[in-house]
Design a protein around this ligand. Structure first.
Ligand code: SF4
Length: 400
């Protein structure tokens, strides 16, 4: 147990430093994670959020999460989604089905698809290129936010081509931006314990670095509350911050708590075969709202060079997702028309567009729809009584 007196003065100094825009050290980040003063940490994160986003808006976007295939050559102990080649439940969606899903997204006002799948051991790079070209031919206005760094690393291994070549070819075929999936905790000790056959820390970062160097943008993530230590949580944030210093290519950070896979068809088998590194992740207690809000707030304070933080209502639900707007988040994330991966782990919340907008409005902000670059894309009626300053803010894009 940490002495509240020591924590209080030390904590105040660290929080003040962050609020004033000074960079936190890894030790200071760990001290914050060791603290239980959620109120003080949340207030500091909110002050930083309001400094970075003084506009009266908080944002959301409308996209559809399309999992084009559940076939995966990797084994992740927290994943109930993947199936091996030949399994009776293994699938690869046809182009026709994919086009239908995109059309439905467009009909609902969406401008983006989040396209992700398992690490398919057989699909060649040309299959992905053809898929992207087909999307762009039919839906040129839709951004493909697709292929997590582990998938892209896998494509480069399967194609036996340099990573930069793979990324350039996919960009030319129509890939718009990268999601930050598969980051989990960017510390190899942790990654080796909970995943096998999946890219390690340097590879995950290298995919993002190469993509940013091509002029691309991506988001970054953290899945925490499993086998990592608090020091490793900060090491993860530090690796992201270092890369952002180098490239400036991350548009946003999103974190969520590990969701124990209650429907995991594989875990028991993997554990029995000793493939899990001895960790039964289905038995790990899920981190609660306290830990989620605290960690997100600390990430807001630590990642001084990442402009946007998204709430993860998909894993936390409506109420905590809304509270996240006061713990460092300036964005409610996506309407998320479809979410298979988290749903199969047994935890998923569905919010309607109306609910997302209400969550933002009830928190005292004006809801605005944005694109992947955090530019407003909705028609925004500026009320007559709005003062000049607010009217100006309404016309300014939020830069990602
Ligand atoms: S999390 Fe991704 S890489 Fe890991 S097993 Fe599931 S689909 Fe495969």
């Amino acid at each position: 147990m940490i002495s509240p007196a020591i924590v209080s003065s030390e904590l105040d100094d660290i929080l003040q430093k962050a609020v004033e825009g000074e960079r936190l050290t890894p030790d200071e980040g760990v001290t914050l994670l060791q603290s239980h003063d959620l109120t003080a940490i949340g207030q500091a994160a909110d002050a930083v959020t309001r400094r970075l986003h003084p506009e009266p808006f908080r944002t959301y976007n409308i996209d559809r999460n399309i999992n084009y295939s559940n076939v995966c050559a990797a084994v992740c102990d927290f994943c109930a989604f993947y199936r091996p080649v030949g399994h009776k439940e293994a699938y690869v969606l046809t182009e026709e089905v994919l086009h239908q899903k995109i059309q439905e997204t467009v009909d609902l006002g969406g401008d983006q698809i989040l396209l992700q799948g398992g690490l398919h051991p057989q699909l060649p790079l040309e299959w992905y290129e053809d898929l992207l070209r087909g999307f762009k031919d039919k839906f040129p206005q839709v951004n493909v936010h697709g292929f997590s760094p582990p998938e892209l690393w896998h494509f480069h291994k399967v194609a036996k081509l340099p990573l930069e070549t793979v990324l350039r070819r996919l960009m030319e075929a129509g890939l718009g931006s990268l999601p930050g999936g598969g980051g989990e905790i960017l510390v190899d000790r942790v990654r080796k314990q909970v995943t096998r056959g999946k890219v390690l820390t340097d590879g995950w970062l290298e995919v993002n670095r190469a993509w940013h160097e091509l002029g691309g943008r991506s988001s970054c993530t953290m899945m925490f509350g499993h086998v990592e230590t608090l020091e490793e949580r900060i090491e993860h944030l530090d690796r992201l911050r270092q890369l952002q210093d180098e490239t400036g290519g991350f548009t946003a950070f999103i974190c969520w708590t590990h969701q124990p896979p209650v429907q995991a068809p594989w875990f028991g088998r993997d554990a029995a075969q000793g493939r899990s590194g001895g960790v039964d992740m289905s038995q790990l207690p899920a981190a609660g709202a306290f830990e989620y809000l605290k960690t997100q707030a600390i990430a807001r304070l630590y990642l001084d060079n990442v402009r946007n933080v998204q709430s993860s209502w998909v894993t936390q639900g409506e109420k905590i997702g809304q509270m996240a707007l006061f713990f460092g988040a300036n964005d409610m994330g996506s309407l998320m028309i479809e979410e298979n991966v988290v749903a199969q782990a047994g935890t998923v919340f569905h919010l309607s567009l109306q609910t997302i907008r209400r969550c933002i409005a009830d928190a005292g902000y004006v809801p605005r729809q944005r694109n992947v670059h955090y530019e407003y894309i909705d028609e925004f009626p500026i009320p007559a009584e709005t003062d000049e300053e607010t009217a100006d803010a309404a016309t300014l894009p939020v830069l990602g």
